[in-house]
Design a protein around this ligand. Structure first.
Ligand code: IFM
Length: 427
């Protein structure tokens, strides 16, 4: 069956400040990217997509694509370039953009921490510093008091598990450490405390706010289902990578593996929605990611496994009931060969699941600066010419726009954009 009814879903796009804005030299990614070899194409987050100056054009694109919701980040280092000093011109610039989104009827969901923060915070130890949580909370309060009249939906922290593992185990994110669990635990413990306390702080300031995290969840499957070691490792990876931190952040309950229960966090509900960033499945035979043979993959070699979105959402919802917002889902597809199919397959899986999916934010709007992948991974509904900064809507962008306008994917739309556009597969 090809027809999918999308009338019960709000559909939009998601972005992150450093990945699109360009021109900010005060964040730790700017510094990290200066060292040759860290970013695959040698690029830095300037100019990214130059959204800082081209935001009106990008807002036009959101409207052109019929997207009624938009997830964006506020860059901490722009707002507080030095400890305690607020840059009013940055606040004004963000307010202008948020005001325009409101005028267009595009509802913003604002991320407060998305992998980046000021260099001065990083230099003090970042999330491993003893006062990290208090420093973050001061920033949260600053942001909510300055933007709360324009924003009522917040993501406190994006993908704490990716931030901690990439920055403190794999060395691919700043600070580029390859240590072990001790540092990761400190980071995760601080981020979870920061989120739980921010949840209450935001509600004190804005009782009707909707607050959550954007949690990176993946499927961990044993490479060989009959191998008990693979099965055990798949369980272990899932627990250490995403399950323990879920309990701490959403339930305020810190499993021992994340350190002691903090005195300032009481177990209870710490979310208003379940934010899920979903991309792929891992085939596990060791403590690192692997992949099955003969599966569909994107340009980065990530398995495309739409049903996995339902699987992780069912697990999360079973543990923490609530409305589900897919805060990110998308794929690296430079030639736009299969993105429309990817979107159709994930939306179909969501809608047929019977789970309370309320929103879908596609990652991302315009091809962006993809952290350690630089400009090489193309996730956009809109193609970016990195030399001219020219934007061009891809066919998959037009497909999504038409699906939103029609309230579903009908047979004709499916035939035009999806049929015959198959995924690449591995041998
Ligand atoms: O670009 C990232 C984003 O910042 C966090 N989630 C995954 C995306 C694709 O890799």
């Amino acid at each position: 069956m090809t027809h999918v009814d999308l009338s019960g879903l709000l559909i939009g796009a998601a972005t992150a400040a450093v990945q699109i804005e360009g021109g900010d030299t005060g964040n730790q990614w700017h510094e990290f990217a200066q060292v040759p070899g860290r970013i695959v194409d040698g690029s830095t987050p300037t100019p990214a997509t130059d959204h800082w100056t081209r935001w009106r054009e990008d807002t036009d694109l959101l409207a052109e694509l019929n997207l009624g919701i938009y997830r964006l980040g506020l860059e901490w280092s722009r707002i507080e370039p030095e400890p305690g000093r607020v840059d009013q011109s940055a606040v004004d610039r963000y307010r202008e953009e948020l005001t325009e989104l409101g005028r267009r009827g595009i509802r913003p969901l604002v991320t407060i921490h998305h992998f980046s923060h000021p260099t001065w915070f990083e230099d003090r130890g970042g999330w491993t510093a003893p006062d990290a949580v208090e420093t973050f909370l001061a920033h949260v309060e600053r942001v909510v008091t300055r933007f709360g009249d324009l924003v009522s939906e917040w993501v406190t922290i994006n993908e704490p598990n990716v931030y901690a593992s990439s920055g403190f185990l794999f060395g691919e994110f700043p600070p580029g450490h390859t240590g072990g669990w001790t540092e990761i635990r400190r980071v995760l413990n601080a981020m979870a405390r920061g989120h739980c306390r921010a949840y209450h702080l935001i509600h004190d300031l804005q009782p009707d706010a909707k607050v959550g995290i954007a949690h990176h969840l993946r499927v961990f499957a044993p490479l060989n289902g009959r191998n008990p070691v693979h099965r055990l490792l798949a369980r272990t990876n899932a627990y250490l990578f995403q399950e323990a931190i879920t309990d701490a952040m959403l339930g305020g309950r810190f499993p021992r593996v994340l350190g002691a229960q903090p005195a300032d966090v009481t177990p209870g509900t710490h979310y208003d929605y379940l934010g899920i960033n979903y991309y792929s499945r891992s085939a596990v035979s060791r403590l690192a990611d692997g992949r099955f043979d003969g599966v569909s993959v994107n340009d980065l070699g990530w398995e495309i496994h739409p049903q996995g979105l339902v699987e992780v959402a069912r697990w999360l919802h079973g543990r923490f009931p609530g409305p589900i917002w897919v805060t990110e889902n998308g794929t690296a597809d430079r030639d736009d060969a299969f993105r429309a199919r990817f979107i159709a397959d994930h939306l179909t899986a969501m809608v047929s699941s019977g789970l309370p999916f309320e929103r879908y934010y596609h990652w991302c709007l315009v091809d962006n600066w993809e952290w350690a992948q630089g400009y090489t991974a193309r996730f956009g509904l809109v193609e970016l010419d990195v030399d001219t900064m020219e934007r061009r809507v891809r066919p998959s962008g037009r497909f999504l726009a038409r699906a939103v306008a029609a309230g579903g994917i009908g047979d004709a739309l499916y035939e035009e954009f999806v049929a015959g556009h198959d995924y690449p597969t591995t041998p």
